[in-house]
Design a binder for this molecule. Structure first.
Ligand SMILES: [Zn+2]
Length: 351
């Protein structure tokens, strides 16, 4: 059964089939929600018929108001791309991790927002790779997109970005939020977005946060949904257009615990969406148990239920302890581009 779950990716079906599958996934999610009481937010890209996708981007974070921005985005079921500044990530890694945990894509916006076209090639290289490292160590996600500060670029910068596995993305629509635009002006600018296009906005601006509900209402009325930016084309695509996994699935059975632990834990995967999946773990042989579970980077556990979790320093290894809610616990894992890996149960011990 696990081979079928982690088997080869299906080719991308035509749009009509995608919609049918999306509706089926939604129905499954509704059943799971009723069964577990777990609040799983359906994104508008899955709830509404999408005639196309646009890329909402927020630059210059993380900032002191990143959490406020993430709250607005989540409340409006928006997934967006965050072009982060490396030194901001280094200074506030938990905010960068919060972006990923909220379902956002994280991308490279240089180390300190310099005018990069006046740099030497080696300066460009160290600037972008230092930023990639800060983002990867904070979030576990290696950026695949790069936006040069001020949109200023040249052929040297583009080739440096390419050599680091970064696709350069500028923008099609400038919200002008950096230039003091009012909420209604930002909404009006966003209303020019067409299928596949990308809009420039910023973390840390109140008017931008206030504009998001109206931007979403306008997009929804035109059948446009927030999507991810494709690293191969730089265009906005469906959020489930995740790239093929970059790390192989774990070898061996992912659900067989080492012997002698005093209890047995068995994992199943009752819900799999385009960007995340649920794992349900049932423990036999103990009512007071401790189960250690590891996920494969860049996957991240975003939500848990029916247990008390703690984490190792990497954030990829979770120790779950019974909390009186029975012998089945669960968690949601964000795929972050790796759709095939599934968690490994490392041990089940009593007490
Ligand atoms: Zn910027």
């Amino acid at each position: 059964m696990f081979a079928s779950i982690s088997g080869p990716r299906r080719p991308s079906p035509p749009r009509a089939a995608r919609h049918a599958r999306r509706l089926a996934v939604l129905a499954t999610a509704a059943v799971a929600l009723a069964a577990t009481g777990l609040a799983v937010a359906a994104t508008p890209s899955s709830a509404a018929a999408c005639n196309g996708y646009v890329g909402l981007t927020f630059d210059d974070g993380p900032t002191g108001s990143t959490n406020a921005l993430l709250s607005v985005l989540r409340a409006n079921n928006v997934r967006a791309t965050m072009f982060n500044v490396g030194q901001n990530v280094q200074g506030n890694p938990s905010a960068a991790r919060a972006q990923v945990d909220a379902g956002m894509w994280v991308a490279n916006h240089s180390w300190n927002h310099a005018h990069m076209t006046s740099m030497s090639q080696s300066q460009m290289q160290s600037d972008l790779s230092q930023t990639n490292s800060a983002i990867q160590s904070a979030t576990g996600v290696r950026p695949q997109l790069f936006r040069p500060p001020y949109g200023e670029t040249n052929s040297t910068l583009q080739s440096v970005a390419t050599s680091l596995g970064l696709r350069q993305v500028i923008w099609d629509v400038d919200s002008q939020d950096w230039n003091g635009a009012s909420v209604s002006q930002i909404v009006s600018n966003a209303s020019r977005l067409q299928d596949g296009q990308v809009i420039l906005m910023h973390d840390g601006i109140q008017n931008t946060r206030d504009a998001i509900p109206q931007i979403m209402a306008n997009l929804n009325s035109r059948g446009l949904c927030p999507g991810m930016i494709s690293p191969s084309t730089g265009r906005a695509v469906a959020p489930d257009g995740t790239p093929p996994p970059t790390t192989p699935p774990p070898t061996g059975s992912p659900t067989t615990p080492p012997p002698g632990g005093g209890c047995t834990a068995t994992a199943t995967f009752p819900n799999v969406w385009g960007d995340r999946y649920n794992t349900s773990v049932t423990v036999q042989g103990a009512s007071n148990w401790t189960v250690v579970v590891a996920v494969t980077a860049p996957q991240r556990i975003s939500t848990t239920w029916n247990g008390t979790p703690s984490w190792d320093s990497t954030g990829y290894v979770m120790t779950m302890r019974s909390n009186g809610s029975g012998n089945t616990f669960g968690f949601t894992t964000m795929m972050n581009g790796n759709s095939s890996a599934r968690p490994q149960i490392r041990s089940c011990t009593t007490g």
